[in-house]
Write a protein that binds this ligand. Structure first.
Ligand SMILES: Cc1cc2nc3c(=O)[nH]c(=O)nc-3n(C[C@H](O)[C@H](O)[C@H](O)COP(=O)(O)O)c2cc1C
Length: 186
């Protein structure tokens, strides 16, 4: 198997669910967001937007929009996984919300590829990340929360994914097993 630094980085990235409180240096955050902007995207629309939350106030506002643990949340977890409701964002100092203009081609693909770049770039800088379903999509869908929307999501855009990011307080001894037989070669 060929090995190089990029491949090693991709294979050591993991979804981190416990972070150190240490802030992330601005230049590292800028490097991560710059990597996001180089993701492939439909028709080169680049119609993504990254809302970077580093303040407790910003995190509180987002958490308030979601409210207490939503019903059925635990059912979202894959079998065997423990997904506590991450009301503290797993202690991560940074939250990044990725929204995209839904009027452009394949907006979800652009948002998710940008998320992949963020995760891999973060890993290469000694940071970790995790996607958080409960803070993604429809966060501001109620009447009470609609007022906060403009602060987090540009007009006409839709939220596709929210990530947390920071220095990991844990390193997994093992990674989730990867499925075999997922290829067809012709
Ligand atoms: C779209 C998406 C949503 C996810 N949502 C959550 C989540 O809400 N909570 C969580 O703990 N992990 C979440 N994850 C992380 C996955 O569980 C994780 O990527 C998967 O188990 C593989 O593990 P790894 O990332 O450590 O390789 C999410 C991942 C993706 C791509």
């Amino acid at each position: 198997m060929i090995r190089n630094e990029v491949l090693r980085n991709m294979k050591t990235r993991f979804s981190c669910r416990k972070y150190k409180p240490d802030p992330v240096e601005k230049e590292k955050l800028e490097a991560v967001l710059d990597a996001a902007r180089y993701a492939a995207n439909g028709h080169n629309a680049q119609a993504w937007h990254f809302t970077v939350i580093t303040t407790e106030e910003g995190k509180r506002e987002l958490r308030d929009a979601v409210g207490p643990e939503p019903e059925g949340f635990r059912k979202l977890a894959p079998e065997g996984a423990v997904w506590p409701f991450p009301s503290d964002f797993f202690g991560a100092p940074v939250v990044i919300m990725i929204s995209y203009d839904p009027k452009t081609p394949w907006p979800d693909a652009g948002a998710f590829l940008a998320a992949g770049n963020i995760m891999n770039a973060a890993q290469s800088l000694g940071l970790s990340s995790c996607a958080l379903t409960v803070y993604s999509k429809d966060v501001f869908c109620t009447e009470e929360t609609a007022g906060s929307r403009a602060k987090f999501i540009p007009e006409g855009y839709e939220l596709y994914l929210t990530l947390v990011l920071g220095y990991p307080a844990v390193t997994p001894e093992t990674r989730p097993a990867r499925r075999e037989n997922t290829e067809t070669w012709l």
